[in-house]
Design a binder for this molecule. Structure first.
Ligand code: ADP
Length: 300
């Protein structure tokens, strides 16, 4: 089973002709409300593929919280760990201008109230999980408590997004640490280097057991610290229309396949097919494929 520990947000989207200056009001399109947040996205992506998936997250006692719970349930996610209260549901206030550029204000709300105590109270969910997948839209203390609560044979996958300095204890548990190019550069700082292989070696030196770097249309690169080897995993070629949430779908698929016992490169080869499918449709959760909708792996 896959347990996702992370954020759940309502994405509130309005299209505008231009962004307002300070003190100004502009009129926009009708409001669109979409379920989002990296944790919620990952859980829906995995469940839609057929994974037995649970979500440990926190929403407010409000209409957005109900919307997010319904979206998880509709995808087949176990929502026993979807906690309620403490603050309003997290929201992302998104304006999109005619060129497609976004301006986003995030109010973490209840996501910031998912505490280490909540993790301790969810020991049953943690014990049932083969793989636990986390991101950084919840407090770092909470992620650290997840790491402490892992049993010997539970695998931990972390996407450090938004990127932040990570304690050694958290880094050492990652198997793998999953980053895109931007996150790799932030985590590595000035020592980043130029090629994905250099980033992978630099990241492994920070202590994770393995590393996966996503490379957009290029697919991904895996590096296993035990074997000290980098593997390039090419993506199927697709017509991309919207990459929102593709990384979340990739990471969820990767974690699920690792939990089934696949090797890292094989799990990544599955995950790039999921990521590729997700970019062919608009939105985040609305773009996620079922297993029968995946494009074939690229020919050698
Ligand atoms: P993020 O979405 O976090 O910025 P990436 O851009 O690396 O990260 O994308 C994550 C994954 O989504 C990639 O590894 C790949 O599987 C898929 N993906 C993203 N863009 C494309 C694309 N243009 N064509 C095919 N797959 C893509």
């Amino acid at each position: 089973d896959l347990l996702v520990v992370g954020s759940a947000n309502a994405d509130l989207v309005v299209e505008v002709e231009r962004r307002p200056a300070a003190g100004e009001t502009v009129l926009g399109s009708d409001l669109a409300v979409h379920p989002g947040g990296k944790g919620g996205n990952q859980a829906v992506a995995a469940a839609r593929l057929g994974a037995r998936t649970a979500l440990l997250a926190r929403v407010g006692d409000d209409a957005h919280g109900t919307l997010l719970r319904d979206a998880q349930r509709a995808a087949g996610v176990d929502t026993a760990g979807l906690l309620v209260g403490g603050a309003p549901t997290g929201v992302a206030l998104i304006t999109v201008d005619p060129s497609g550029d976004n301006s986003i204000v995030v109010s973490p709300g209840a996501n910031a109230r998912l505490t280490p105590e909540d993790v301790r109270a969810a020991s049953g969910l943690l014990a049932a999980a083969r793989v636990v997948s986390a991101q950084l839209e919840i407090p770092l203390d909470t992620v650290a408590e997840v790491v402490r609560a892992l049993s010997q044979d539970t695998r931990f996958v972390l996407n450090p997004s938004p990127p932040a300095p990570l304690p050694a204890e958290v880094l050492a548990a990652c198997d793998p640490l999953v980053v895109n190019e931007h996150e790799a550069r932030v985590v590595l700082g000035d020592a980043a280097g130029e090629t994905p292989e250099e980033w992978a070696h630099g990241l492994l030196a920070l202590g994770p057991r393995s590393v996966v770097i996503t490379l957009g249309a290029e697919g991904a690169l895996t590096a296993d610290g035990r074997a000290d080897s980098c593997v390039r995993v090419p993506s199927p070629k697709v017509a991309a229309v919207d990459t929102t949430g593709a990384g979340d779908a990739f990471t969820a698929a990767l974690g699920w396949r690792l939990g089934l016992g696949e090797e890292l490169a094989a799990a990544a080869a599955y995950a790039v097919r999921v990521g590729a499918a997700a970019v062919t449709r608009r939105g985040a959760q609305s773009s996620y494929p079922t297993a029968s909708e995946l494009p074939p792996a690229p020919a050698e």
